[in-house]
Design a protein around this ligand. Structure first.
Ligand SMILES: NC(=O)c1ccc[n+]([C@@H]2O[C@H](COP(=O)([O-])OP(=O)(O)OC[C@H]3O[C@@H](n4cnc5c(N)ncnc54)[C@H](O)[C@@H]3O)[C@@H](O)[C@H]2O)c1
Ligand SMILES: O=c1ccn([C@@H]2O[C@H](COP(=O)(O)OP(=O)(O)O[C@H]3O[C@H](CO)[C@@H](O)[C@H](O)[C@H]3O)[C@@H](O)[C@H]2O)c(=O)[nH]1
Length: 454
C-alpha cells in the first residue's frame, strides 16, 4: 500500500519506518526542511534504538521516501496519516495549529478520495475539525470529492518505540466509514497476525481512549510518588511496598515506580489537556488535577533532600553536584518536561556548579537549557562531560536522575573516595541503600529510609 505520513517526529518517523518495513511504500513529509535534508542524507534526527537501521534498510529499498512537498505527499497516497505535534497551549489545551494546518494543506490538494488518519493525540471532537478544515478547502475549489477522517491514536513509548509499534498491545481505530475501517484492517494486518488486536469504535471514543490510557498511567505514577513520600516519613520502603502491591494481578507491576515525577512529551501535556477538556464541559476532573499537582511537587523532591542534607539552601552554595542522566527517561534524547530541567534550575539558583553526563541527551539538554536560562548562565553553572566517571571528578555529591543502564552498577567504594561529601541521591531508586551505605556513602532515595555512611 502507498502511505503518506505528515510530521516526521518520534511518532511519524517510527510509524513510517515500521509501515515501510512490512512492505508498504511510505512517504514521510515534514515542514522542517533541515530534518528532511538530514533524513535524505541518512542522518536520523532523534535517538530511538533500532531506528537508524530500519530507516536505512527501507530507504535503500526505495520503500521510505522523505519530502517537504505537500504536492508530492498528497499525490503519493490514498491514505494520509497526521502525526504532527499537539503541544500544550497556554491554557493547557492541546494546540491544534499544526493538525489543522496539515488538514488544510491536504484539502488544498486532494484530487481523489482519501482516508485521513489522525495519529496525533488530539482532544475529542478534533476529527470533526479536521474534516471541516479539509471540506472548507474543497468547497473553495468547488470540489465534491469524498474523503474520510479516522482516529488511530498511537501508544508507542519512546526508547522502545519500534518494538511497541511492531508488536502493539492494541490498535485503536475510530471510524464511522466501513471502507476506511477495512483499509485500516488491511494496513495493520501484519502487526496483528496471531491475535486480533484491532479494536474498532466510534471516532470520539478513540480520541478519548488515548487520553484515558495516558491519564491512568500518569495517575498510577503520582499515586506511587505520593505513597513514597508517606512511606519515607513512616519508615517504610516504597520499593518493598511496590513489590508487594504489584504481585496482585488486579494491580499489576508496571508503572508503579516512584521517582522524580513523570516527564516527556505526553503525560504532562495530555493530563493537562484532559483536565482542560473536563473544565470546558463543566466537569472538574479532581483525580487528574491531583495527579498533576503531585507530579509538579515531585520534581522538587531531590532538591529538597539535597537542601536537607546540606542544612539549608545556604549550605548548597558553592557545592559541585554530579548529575547522571538528563533525558526524561532512558534510551531517548528527548528533554521535553524532563525532571532534570527542574533540578538543574534549582541547583543553579542555589549557587551550585553541576557536572552532568547523559549518554545521548547532552546536546539537546544544552540547547533547551540555553533557551531557558541563557547560554552565558548555563556555561558558568554547568559542565557537560562525556562519561559518568568524569561527572564525579571534583564533585561533592552525586545525583542519579535518569536510570540509564550504564549507571546501574557503579563502583561505590571508588565513589566514596571521589565524592567529597560522600553522598548519593538516587532519584529512581535503582541502588540498594544498604550496599551504598556499606561502601561508606550516605544514601537518599525516593520513599526509602535514608542511610548514613556505614
Ligand atoms: N512522542 C511520543 O512518544 C508519542 C507517542 C504517542 C503519541 N504521540 C503524539 O503524536 C504526536 C506527535 O508527537 P511527536 O513526539 O512525534 O512530535 P514531534 O514534535 O517529535 O514531531 C512532530 C513533527 O511535526 C512536524 N510538523 C509540524 N507542523 C507540520 C505541518 N503543518 N506539516 C508537516 N509537518 C509538520 C514538526 O516539524 C515535527 O517534525 C503528538 O500529538 C503526540 O502527543 C507522541
Ligand atoms: O513506573 C513509572 C513509569 C514511568 N515513569 C515516568 O513516566 C514518564 C513517561 O514514561 P513512559 O511512559 O515510559 O514514556 P513515554 O514515551 O512518555 O510514553 C507514554 O506516552 C506516550 C505518548 O502518548 C504513550 O504513547 C505511551 O504509551 C506512554 O507510556 C517518564 O518520565 C518516566 O520516568 C515513572 O516515573 N514511573
Amino acid at each position: 500500500m502507498k502511505i503518506t505520513i505528515i510530521g516526521t517526529g518520534y511518532v511519524g518517523l517510527v510509524s513510517g519506518a515500521c509501515f515501510a518495513d512490512v512492505g508498504n511504500t511510505v512517504l514521510c513529509l515534514d515542514v522542517n526542511e533541515e530534518k528532511i535534508a538530514m533524513l535524505k542524507n541518512g542522518v536520523i534526527p532523534i535517538h530511538e534504538p533500532g531506528l537508524d537501521n530500519m530507516v536505512e534498510r527501507n530507504a535503500n529499498a526505495g520503500r521510505l521516501l522523505f519530502s517537504t512537498s505537500y504536492d508530492e505527499a498528497v499525490a503519493h497516497a490514498d491514505c494520509v496519516f497526521l502525526a504532527v505535534g499537539t503541544p500544550p497551549d497556554e491554557d493547557g489545551s492541546a494546540d491544534l495549529t499544526h493538525i489543522l494546518a496539515a488538514a488544510r494543506s491536504i484539502g488544498q490538494r486532494i484530487d481523489k478520495p482519501v482516508v485521513v488518519v489522525d495519529k496525533s493525540t488530539v482532544p475529542v471532537g478534533t476529527a470533526d475539525k479536521v474534516r471541516a478544515a479539509i471540506q472548507g478547502e474543497l468547497d473553495k475549489r468547488g470540489s465534491t470529492l469524498s474523503f474520510s477522517v479516522v482516529s488511530n491514536p498511537e501508544f508507542l513509548k519512546e526508547g522502545a518505540a519500534i518494538d511497541d509499534f511492531m508488536r502493539p498491545d492494541r490498535i485503536v481505530v475510530g471510524s464511522d466509514d466501513t471502507v476506511a475501517t477495512k483499509l485500516m484492517r488491511q494496513l495493520y494486518a501484519p502487526f496483528s497476525r496471531n491475535h486480533e488486536k484491532l479494536v474498532e469504535m466510534d471516532v470520539r471514543s478513540a480520541e478519548l481512549t488515548k487520553y484515558a490510557a495516558n491519564a491512568m498511567l500518569a495517575t498510577r505514577i503520582s499515586f506511587m510518588n505520593e505513597l513514597a513520600n508517606l512511606a519515607e516519613v513512616l519508615g517504610a520502603d516504597i520499593e518493598a511496598v511496590r513489590h508487594g502491591m504489584g504481585l496482585d494481578p488486579r494491580i499489576g507491576s508496571q508503572f508503579l515506580y516512584a521517582g522524580m515525577g513523570y516527564g516527556g512529551s505526553c503525560f504532562p501535556k495530555d493530563v493537562k489537556a484532559l483536565v482542560k477538556t473536563g473544565g470546558d464541559h463543566g466537569q472538574v476532573l479532581h483525580i487528574l488535577e491531583a495527579t498533576e499537582l503531585v507530579n509538579d511537587n515531585q520534581k522538587n523532591v531531590l532538591f529538597k533532600k539535597l537542601t536537607r542534607f546540606y542544612g539549608g539552601v545556604e549550605g548548597l552554595k558553592g557545592k559541585t553536584v554530579a548529575v547522571w542522566g538528563l533525558s526524561f527517561k532512558p534510551n531517548t534524547d528527548d528533554m521535553r518536561e524532563a525532571p532534570s530541567l527542574v533540578l538543574l534550575k534549582e541547583l543553579f539558583d542555589a549557587g551550585c556548579h553541576v557536572r552532568a553526563y547523559d549518554p545521548v541527551a547532552s546536546s539537546e539538554a544544552l540547547r533547551v537549557l540555553a533557551r531557558e536560562h541563557g547560554a552565558a548562565r548555563v556555561e558558568s553553572m554547568l559542565t557537560i562531560v562525556s562519561s559518568a566517571a568524569a561527572a564525579t571528578e571534583g564533585a561533592d555529591a552525586l545525583v542519579l536522575v535518569t536510570e540509564w543502564k550504564e549507571f546501574r552498577a557503579p563502583d561505590f567504594a571508588g565513589l566514596a573516595t571521589i565524592l567529597r561529601d560522600k553522598a548519593i541521591f538516587d532519584g529512581r531508586n535503582i541502588y540498594d541503600p544498604a550496599v551504598v551505605a556499606a561502601a561508606g556513602l550516605a544514601y537518599e532515595g525516593i520513599g526509602r529510609v535514608s542511610r548514613t555512611a556505614a
